[in-house]
Write a protein that binds this ligand. Sequence first.
Ligand code: NAD
Length: 486
Amino acid sequence: MKKIRNYVNGEWKDSKTEEFLDVYNPGNGKVIGKCPLSTQEETKEAIEAAAKTFESWSKVPVTKRAKILFKLQNILVDHQDELADLITEENGKNHSDAYGEVGRGIENVEHAASIVNLLMGDSLSTIATDVDVTNYKYPIGVIGCICPFNFPMMVPFWMFPMAIACGNTVVLKPSEKTPILTQRIIELCEEAGLPKGVLNVVNGGSEVVNEILVNPNIVGVSFVGSKNVGEYVYHTASAHNKRVQVLGGAKNHTVILKDCDMEDTIKKVIGGAFGSAGQRCMAGSVILVENEIADEFVEKFTLAAKKLKIGDASSQSDVDLGPVIRKEAQERTFNYIQSGVDQGATLVLDGRKNIPSEGFFVGPTILDNCTTEMKVWKDEIFAPVVSIIRVKNLKSAIDIAKKHELANGACLFTNNAKAIRYFRENIPAGMIGINLGVPAPVAFYSFSGWKNSFYGDLHANGKDAVYFYTRRKVVTAQLRTGGFEE
Ligand code: NAD
């Protein structure tokens, strides 16, 4: 049984709370840890430690901060297998998804380690006679980082490496469903030489979040999670004068045109729809396929989905599809499948059947002939369930995507250059994939959706992250001659 502790000012602390939540291995349904629901007082203590440390850490030369991140990158690479195993154990992802996530986390450290270049300001000589202008970037203070369960490594790494590289200090709240990996990450950060107080961790739920949102020592909030919680976080933190970025819920439309390469498309759409058990903000949960090829596509797609091996990746090596995170998520998904049937969809593959009895499994589910009236299209299900809508052409597919309130990513499968351009120019989404199933941008580019999938201004990752975690100061200076003559 894993003991989950808080980490404040460089010390591991048992929470004083009497409330704990079970942490499960969703692959076998066994309890593997107890996550404390830490108190408001404990959160305040962590924020105070971060605020004190900010005074010294923000003055540490940027080259020294970068060196710690270089060291952390090396350590993480050495521990990739162990970290991937921890993700599989507490989240249920199969080995390749877990390993991919670790790689994405490390990539973020690599991006943050190039902070010396990223922080360079710009300057202009002789803006007026003997007057020069320089733009400097400074850290902003204590950042609150609030994370979801579905990427226990990648999402915290979107946040804390860049925040601390810029000279800020951090209070991180992992998901109470997946708090175990963070414990190990902190040990590895200690090994890399991160000074105490720079990165603090408070485990828990809404009580911790609520303190982060209102505490005057928090100046910035990075949040990733569901739409409703995200909206609450955005409005509350903004009302308390904090800089906020909220990456929220998602519904991603995949458009398949009649000239696509069918075999390649099937392979990628299977990965996009069912990878990580559909628990990705980039999951291809809606497929819009042109009428002419719809029968062929549905037949081949279903055949491929039936071949996926479902199971507990923490005890079997060749699993394709792992569990969803909790029993409630499984039940919720079963209800969605039924609602699709009740609203008139054709259930081509039923994920309620042929699943392991232990653990929280949903098999690959395919609902054909869906419409925009159905709940399975309107809501984010966050499970391996695909809704197929048959469409007349690319324009009618885009019109459907335009109607949805969420817009994270969108994909197009075609060999037609003009269609690609039309799609790029007209689809309302923040991240686009062309002949790719999961268009999650690498760390060096910004990551975020449009519409109600994102609240704020500056996105995660890329140059946006540097701007989010810094504030700028422009110095205009007329230099006196001081006795110097030409
Ligand atoms: P969640 O919203 O339930 O939880 C996210 C965080 O908010 C957790 O740390 C949780 O403790 C906290 N929280 C939950 N309820 C709260 C409340 N009432 N008050 C205050 N804090 C609260 O999300 P989740 O289920 O952990 O993650 C899945 C969601 O995250 C999906 O909707 C997915 O699309 C989204 N997500 C989005 C992106 C993106 O880039 N847009 C990336 C990953 C995940």
